[in-house]
Structure formats: C-alpha cells, structure tokens
Design a protein around this ligand. Structure first.
Ligand code: NAD
Ligand code: MG
Length: 397
C-alpha cells in the first residue's frame, strides 16, 4: 500500500497534535507533507524536527521569517511559506493525498476549500468552515471529486453508524433521526445566577475532553452543539427537524442513528479524539489509535437528559439560526467567534455571549449568500458590528 502524504492545517492545536500522534504510530501508512501554525514558532519547529515535512506554513510573514531563520540554523530542509496563500498551496498541492482541516474558526475556510477544490481527502475538524458555507462547501467537494470525512466525534460516530452511506435525503437511507450527544460542559449543574461570574479558565476546564480554548468555551455555552447540529444537516443531508442534541454527561455514546423500523445504532468510545481521527484516516479500514479500550463495567452508568434551553440560550439561538438558513448561520458563527475571544480576554462576561448573538441575529438583513465572497463579506460585517458592541459593553463592565 502506498504511503499517504498528509497536510495538517493547524498542527500545533489539540486536533493537530492528536493527528501527529496517530501518524507517528503508523509510519508505514502516512507521511507528513506539511505542517502549519498561527504563531507558535517554537512548537512548529519541534514538530518539523520530529516529522521532517516538505513544507511548513505560518499565518504571518513575520513568524515565517523567524521560523525560516531557526530551520536554517539547524540545517533543516523544510520550505517555509506564509499566509492564506501558503496554507492553500499546501492543502491543494499535487503530491498531497489527505488534508486534516484543524484550524479553528473562519481562518480555516479558504485553505480547507482549496483542498476540496483540488479533490483531496478532507478530514474535517474545522466545523466553522462548513457552518459558514454549507451548500457551497458540499458542492465544491462533490464537483471536484473530493472525499469528506468528519472528525468531530459525534459526526464521525454517525458516519460509522451509517457506514459512510450518502444520499440526498436521510429517509432514503431509512433513517428518521440523528442524535448528537453533549456532555453539558463544566456548567451543566452550576446555578444559573452564578454564570455571569464564571472566568475563562472555569469555562475551559471541560470535564471530559481536552480541547483548544475557543471550542472549550463553545462547549460550556453549548453553542458548539448548535454548530454541530448545523454541521450534521450539511454532512448527512438532514433537515433541522431530523437532528437533535441530548445531554450525556459521561461522553461515551457519541451519536445515535434512528431507523424507521425502530432500530437505533449508537457509537461508543472513550472521549479521546484519536478514536475518530484514526477511524477517518484509515476508513474504510481500521488502524490502532493508541486509545485505551473502553471498559463499560468501570463506567457503570450512562445517563441522558433533555438540554435546558434556559440554561443554554446559545443552543436555542443556534437552533433558531439553523432553521432560519445560511445568512443566520454565517452571522451566528462570526458573532460567536468575536464574542468568545472578547470573553477569553475578559472584555465581556460569559453571559454576554448569548446577548450579543441575539442582538446581531436580529439585526442581520436577509440577502442571498451564493458565493464565497458574499459569505466572507457578511462574516466581516457581523464581526465589525460585534467588535463595536464589545467596546461599548466592556466600557460598562
Ligand atoms: P486549537 O486552538 O487547539 O488549535 C487551532 C490550530 O489552528 C492551531 O494550530 C493554531 O495555530 C491554528 N490557527 C489558529 N488561528 C489561525 C489563523 N488565523 N491562521 C492559521 N492558523 C491558525 O483548536 P482545536 O481544539 O484543535 O480545534 C480545531 C478545530 O477542530 C476547531 O474548528 C474545533 O471546533 C474542531 N474540533 C476540535 C475538537 C477537539 O477535541 N479539540 C473536537 C471536535 C472538533
Ligand atoms: Mg464534537
């Protein structure tokens, strides 16, 4: 079997590191073609030394220059590129087989899309890219013969339950519902009146998963599950009323697929992203991931609850946006990215996130978003408005 060349967009992040861990266990199957990072020069240098990629990309020319001088001193041959152009180049290069899309947020959109347009096997962790562009993204995958494999644990679980089947409608597969589970995050049981005082570190202390800070805050607000419901609609051709979220504090069952005959298939696994990463990388074969075997006797109990939409207004708002359509989901994602960053920088409160989301979603003027540039323009507009709101709000904190 030929060794597959892998580009990891966002190799210094949580998903990026787990991907390198899996690749490191299977040098006979995978080689690293390119690694990329936003600003972590030191860590990217270490990864270059360990995996010897042909290319490495930094988000800015300044960090790229710093990395270049470090690699030169060490006599490393990796070529260093910069910016979205560099990212798109390593995602679409003729010698690449697989692109792990693991940049966080809208910054990952254009390079991931470049990989899809070049017909690559795309392993999609960067859910924000799909939430923003939905149909345009799915069309790019289909029209260019790319392959799209979900990395998000819940979607990878669904993908495994349905054996990767595709159809224009869920019902054609005999499926009437997709259920994604959610742990409820660190504030599942926090008294609601205390949520206004929670700190970024409290929000990022997830009980079951270790993740980047943005997705950790999204998990605490459950906006992450909202993005995932939208993601599931696009990936599996489901309508908003065919997807649902249930709380499951143990994070062992990742998703359930309900068939019209009453059968329900579930996917179980320890909460470690190397499980879906290994499953997607080797699909339809199987490889080891390094994750400990699941021991249900130790876990003993699996609980499921209805999420409380008063406790998690971000979930309610994202479900409303999912029903309203693409303009609303673009605004939802953009406003949330700015609001989460402002919360992480302590400019606004955790409880301000749903407030600004509701206000900006209410203000958005409906218009067709039928090109990528229209999506990016709308994304920018929403960001500018939200930045203004944050300045105003932080002045009053
Ligand atoms: P992270 O913050 O740990 O890593 C993000 C990566 O993106 C880093 O390598 C960073 O350098 C890079 N990056 C950030 N901003 C960039 C920019 N402007 N330009 C270029 N590169 C940039 O995040 P993560 O937890 O690894 O999550 C990555 C993506 O995977 C997110 O979309 C997240 O929703 C999704 N995801 C993560 C998990 C998880 O367990 N961590 C699970 C499911 C889905
Ligand atoms: Mg997930």
């Amino acid at each position: 079997m030929a060794v597959q060349a892998v580009t990891i967009l966002g190799s210094t992040g949580s998903i990026g590191k787990s991907t390198l861990d899996v690749i490191g266990q299977h040098p006979d199957r995978y080689s690293v073609f390119a690694l990329t990072a936003n600003s972590q020069v030191e860590l990217l240098l270490q990864q270059i030394q360990a995996y010897n990629p042909r290319y490495a990309v930094m988000a800015s020319e300044e960090s790229a220059e710093q990395l270049r001088s470090n690699t030169r001193q060490l006599g490393l041959e990796t070529e260093i590129l910069a910016g979205v152009e560099g990212l798109s180049r390593v995602a679409s290069h003729v010698d690449v087989d697989v692109v792990m899309a693991a940049i966080v947020g809208a910054a990952g959109l254009l390079p991931t899309l470049a990989g899809a347009k070049a017909g690559k096997k795309i392993l999609l962790a960067n859910k924000e890219a799909l939430v923003m562009t939905g149909q345009l993204f799915m069309d790019a995958v289909r029209d260019n013969g790319a392959e799209l494999l979900p990395i998000d644990s819940e979607h990878n679980a669904v993908f495994q339950c349905i054996h990767g089947s595709r159809s224009d409608s869920l019902l054609d597969l005999g499926i009437n519902k997709i259920t994604l589970t959610a742990s409820g995050g660190p504030f599942r049981d926090t008294p609601i009146n205390q949520l206004k005082d929670v700190t970024p570190d409290m929000a990022c202390a997830h009980p079951n998963w270790s993740m980047g800070r943005k997705i950790s805050v999204d998990s605490a607000s459950m906006l992450n599950k909202g993005l995932e419901l939208i993601e599931a609609c696009w990936l599996f051709s489901a309508s908003p009323d065919q997807v649902e979220a249930v709380l499951h504090p143990q994070s062992i069952v990742h998703a359930l697929v309900s068939y019209i005959d009453g059968s329900v298939l579930a996917h179980l696994g320890n909460p470690d992203m190397r499980v879906p990463i290994a499953a997607a990388m080797s699909w339809p074969e199987r490889i080891s991931s390094g994750v400990a075997p699941l021991n249900l006797v130790d876990i003993a109990q699996l609980d499921f609850y209805q999420p409380d939409l008063d406790r998690f207004p971000c979930l309610r708002l994202s479900m409303e946006a999912m029903k309203a359509g693409n303009l609303a989901t673009v605004v939802l994602n953009a406003v949330n990215e700015v609001a989460v960053e402002a919360f992480l920088q302590r400019k606004i409160r955790f409880t301000d996130i749903p407030i600004v989301l509701e206000e900006m979603l209410g203000r958005a003027v409906n218009r067709p978003l039928d090109t990528i540039s229209a999506v990016l323009e709308q994304d920018q507009l929403a960001r500018i408005e939200t930045e203004k709101w944050v300045v105003d709000r932080s002045g009053r904190l």
